[in-house]
Design a protein around this ligand. Structure first.
Ligand code: F1P
Length: 349
């Protein structure tokens, strides 16, 4: 059956993330000790494709908590020689074997950076060569497209950053406890919205332009959402940081565009919603993914959670939308054309 793996992997993420939370909490002291021992001046995060978007999400989270964090695609980290002494590298990879991520990690090791790897493969280069390796262990992903693994990576980075932050702040310690609610929120989100998401995919099956908007840590999540639609439905989907949309892209809006806003409750909620209103005035169609009670537009709503933890419920909705859109269009989301599970390119010395 077309898309059977992708579908199962999207839906089972709630259960997998529950286990991931418990496993990271059981590593709390080990993670704190690792940072205390290494005391990195800077934290670099890297990866390719979907895993790079997870790295960017992690950069926003860490920067918000006042860590000096930077994210680059693994190819850039490697070729532009971006490693610096006394830093930490967090390479992220589902396979743990992607060539550029391996190159970046090897180079960083040579330059004596410490390595904290995030992977879903404990039998990989990354896992075996890291100073501290975290197996997100969300189960094998048979689909070529990454769904539950991306959710696992961003959830792990949310928990990891809050573990580090909780040393200094009781508010962050509280948020770390609240993070436990994310898997249940995703479960309820699917329960309450799957029918609507399917309808939306039907409604927009002939659409040839989508745009996804997200702010801060949700900007890379909007990139990943756009990538999911591209990979599974072959539609050239763009993404922008929400308030950036007025600075040029607005000129391209007409009635043939669907704009998906990933906009959780936050102190800037109204400011972000205004962008969607302006898009609608110009003829654009709107889908809103939010935990707020909004009556206008097609809304995919999830239960309330702090915006710091809104990444997983936001992407989960679009993973399911991309799956149904692909099926509606007669494609197989398990095996998108031209893609392979792991990109391996000729070895460099
Ligand atoms: C990275 C990646 C995937 C993408 C594709 C090719 O893989 O770019 O994000 O979906 O299948 O590889 P990895 O380093 O996370 O294994």
């Amino acid at each position: 059956m077309r898309g059977q793996y992708t579908y199962r992997e999207i839906i089972e993420q709630a259960e997998r993330l529950r286990r991931l939370y418990e496993s990271l909490i059981s590593m709390k002291e080990k993670i704190i000790d690792f940072f205390e021992m290494n005391k990195p001046k800077r934290i670099y995060l890297t990866g390719c494709g979907t895993s790079f978007y997870a790295a960017l999400h992690g950069m926003y989270l860490l920067k918000i908590l006042n860590f000096a964090a930077f994210a680059f695609p693994a190819s850039e980290f490697y070729f532009l020689d971006l490693a610096e002494k006394s830093s930490l590298l967090i390479p992220i990879s589902r396979s743990g074997e992607t060539t550029e991520t391996v190159w970046a990690t090897k180079k960083a090791k040579k330059q004596e950076l410490s390595i904290l790897a995030l992977t879903n493969n404990p039998k990989s280069f990354l896992y075996e060569n890291a100073d501290l390796a975290i197996n997100i262990n969300v189960g094998e992903e048979k689909s070529i497209v990454m769904t539950k693994t991306f959710s696992g990576f961003i959830y792990a980075l949310e928990i990891l950053s809050l573990i580090l932050g909780s040393r200094k702040s009781s508010q962050l310690e509280e948020l770390l406890t609240i993070a436990k609610e994310v898997p249940e929120i995703v479960k309820q989100e699917f329960r309450g919205n799957e029918g609507k998401i399917r309808q939306l995919a039907k409604k927009y099956r002939a659409q040839d332009r989508f745009i996804v908007l997200g702010f801060g840590p949700l900007y890379p999540v909007s990139m990943e959402a756009a990538l999911k639609i591209k990979e599974t439905s072959y539609i050239a989907t763009e993404s922008f940081s929400t308030l950036e949309f007025r600075h040029g892209p607005m000129a391209s809006i007409d009635e043939n565009v669907v704009v998906i806003g990933l906009i959780p409750r936050s102190p800037r909620f109204e400011k972000e919603i205004e962008v969607l209103r302006e898009i609608e005035e110009k003829g654009g169609k709107i889908i809103l993914v939010t935990n707020e009670d909004v009556k206008e537009w097609d809304v995919i709503r999830y239960d309330d959670i702090h915006e710091y933890l809104a990444g997983v419920p936001s992407i989960a909705a679009i993973q399911l939308f991309a799956y149904y859109l692909s099926i509606e269009k007669g494609y197989d989301p398990d095996k998108p054309r031209y893609l392979t599970k792991v990109v391996k390119i000729g070895e460099r010395k």
